[in-house]
Design a protein around this ligand. Structure first.
Ligand SMILES: [Mg+2]
Length: 378
């Protein structure tokens, strides 16, 4: 069997609007400025990846990095050697934390090509399916209670059984929202809470978490700043509600530090932050070894990035809470067709070869933007 080679790699910056602006403790997001990575192989097949990044600039700004730095290193590569690619990328982009989202997009494109080459979905390259459906969680933005509750009603009406309430500086607002969600939807609704690092101190977080305890929340996500691993460990030791690490864990190295410090009951694992689907799967393996729970997180991604996260969710050895693998649902449109199948709040396994999504060139052109000038990320 002849070896497949990548003959061309390009990242295209796009700007796709959200269905409605989304407010969290991180700010307001109305569009996703991301990058679409297109890898062409010598057999004519095309692999896709997505640079999804909402912090510190954006994914679109990293397209130049892919085109200038990573593409020359990837052309000629065998898509079945993502580990070798990671080593090359680590050398080229030393200390580039945000550039991991670009590395993730390229790794995703390589896996998409490899899956297509053998006619199997990407999850089969990540250990194979470990479950037949993935429970989803949809997020509720920070906003006026009536608006947020209307959104919750719509989502529950669509069949979703877990919602994630975003919290910020106003603890009273959050506690009131969670109380009203519990009152209106009863014990059958799974409620997650995400604080996106809003609490300055572990003691502040603990006080807020104790107020949430009566409402039976599944987890409280990242109450403290990403670097406050000691504080997160203190919360894990003292909180009755499971603590989920999100911003504290980007890479396998972060996972090692957080797991070793017992600073999370659960970890929200992201493909873009980990540096690709294989890297994200390594983190889920580490969590499994440490006896720590797993959920799969979202930026939220468009269809390509969501598919990549789905393959990780289906192949992870453990998946403990409903996951955010539905980024495409927050967007008004997409650049791919062949979307993921969601049934009654559960994601069904993608079965097509590779990621299972195909680029729509017309829509790629519709959402293409001029390459952003160099941002602070680079
Ligand atoms: Mg989060």
């Amino acid at each position: 069997m002849s070896v497949m080679r990548v003959i061309r790699l390009e990242a295209v910056p796009v700007s796709v609007p959200l269905r409605e602006p989304f407010t969290s403790a991180l700010g307001v997001q109305a569009v996703s400025d991301y990058g679409i990575v297109i890898a062409e192989a010598d057999d004519g097949s095309v692999g896709l990846g997505e640079i999804s990044l909402i912090w510190h600039g954006d994914g679109a700004a990293l397209c130049g990095l892919v085109n200038r730095v990573l593409a020359p290193a990837v052309v000629g590569a065998d898509p079945f050697e993502p580990t070798r690619f990671q080593a090359v990328a680590a050398k080229l982009l030393a200390f580039g934390r945000h550039s991991l989202t670009a590395v993730a997009a390229v790794e995703t494109a390589l896996l998409d090509l490899a899956g297509k080459a053998v006619g199997r979905p990407v999850c089969d390259l990540l250990g194979g399916k470990a479950r037949d459906r993935v429970p989803l969680s949809m997020s509720l933005p920070i906003g006026p209670a009536e608006e947020v509750l209307a959104r919750a009603r719509r989502l529950v009406g669509e069949g979703f059984t877990t919602l994630k309430a975003k919290g910020g500086g106003d603890g009273d607002r959050l506690v009131e929202l969670v109380a009203r969600l519990r009152e209106e939807f009863g014990p059958g609704l799974g409620i997650r809470v995400d604080l996106n690092m809003a609490c300055p101190l572990a003691k502040d977080a603990l006080r807020l978490i104790r107020r949430l305890e009566p409402y039976d929340v599944l987890s409280v996500e990242q109450p403290l700043p990403a670097d406050d691993v000691d504080g997160m460990a203190e919360l894990c030791a003292r909180s009755e509600v499971p603590i989920m690490a999100d911003e504290s864990v980007w890479t396998t190295g972060d996972a090692w530090r957080v797991l070793r410090a017992r600073a999370a009951d659960l970890v929200n694992v992201y493909v873009p932050e980990a540096g690709g689907p294989l890297q994200a799967r390594r983190i889920t393996d580490m969590c499994a070894s440490a006896g720590v729970g797993v959920a799969i997180g979202s930026m939220p991604e468009l269809g390509i990035g969501t598919a990549a996260a789905a393959h990780v969710a289906f192949s992870s050895p453990r998946l403990d809470q409903p996951s955010d693998v539905a980024g495409h649902l927050y967007h008004a449109d997409d650049v791919v067709h062949g979307t993921l199948v969601i049934e009654n709040g559960f994601l069904l396994p993608p079965t097509a070869p590779g990621l299972g999504v195909e680029l729509d060139r017309d829509r790629l052109e519709r959402y293409r933007i001029a390459a952003p000038t160099t941002s602070s990320v680079l």
